[in-house]
Design a protein around this ligand. Structure first.
Ligand SMILES: *[C@@H]1O[C@H](CO)[C@@H](O)[C@H](O)[C@H]1NC(C)=O
Length: 125
C-alpha cells in the first residue's frame, strides 16, 4: 500500500454545488470499483452527506456517507482525474470541500469532521 497526500485546495466551485443541492439519500450511486473514490465518515456527524463532481463523467448528487468502505454501492464513486469532493450537513449548513485527483487506482478518503483534514490512501500510484 502506498500513501498519497494529494490534497490541494478547496472550494469555490463546491459552493455552487452546495447551493443547488437537494440532498439525495438512497445510497445506490456507484458499483464500479475500478478507479475513483471510496468515501467514509468516522466522525459520526449526524446527517452528513457527500458529493463528488462529475467533470470526468458521473453525476453530482448528494448521498449519505457510510462509516466504512465495505459496500461499494454506498461508499464508491467511480471517477478519474480531478474532482471536487464535498461534504455538508443540510440541517446545520456546515460545508467543506477538497479538490482531489484520483488516478489509476481507488483513493480511500476518510472524513474526520469539518474541523479536521481528510485522510487519503491510494492504490495504483
Ligand atoms: C481501500 O479500501 C478498500 C476497502 O476497504 C481496501 O480493500 C483497500 O486495501 C484500501 N486501499 C488503501 C490503499 O487503503
Amino acid at each position: 500500500m502506498k500513501f498519497a497526500s494529494i490534497v490541494i485546495a478547496s472550494i469555490l466551485l463546491f459552493a455552487t454545488q452546495v447551493a443547488s443541492s437537494a440532498g439525495s439519500v438512497d445510497g445506490s450511486h456507484e458499483t464500479n470499483a475500478g478507479t475513483g473514490f471510496n468515501i467514509r465518515d468516522v466522525s459520526g456527524t449526524n446527517g452528513l452527506q457527500a458529493f463528488v463532481s462529475g467533470y470526468g463523467g458521473g453525476g453530482s448528487g448528494w448521498y449519505d456517507v457510510p462509516s466504512s468502505f465495505d459496500n461499494p454501492a454506498t461508499a464508491h464513486w467511480s471517477r478519474s482525474g480531478w474532482e471536487i469532493v464535498g461534504f455538508q450537513v443540510p440541517t446545520t449548513g456546515e460545508t467543506r470541500g477538497w479538490y482531489l485527483e484520483t488516478g489509476s487506482g481507488v483513493t480511500n478518503l476518510t472524513f474526520f469532521g469539518f474541523n479536521q483534514d481528510i485522510g487519503l490512501t491510494r492504490d495504483g500510484l
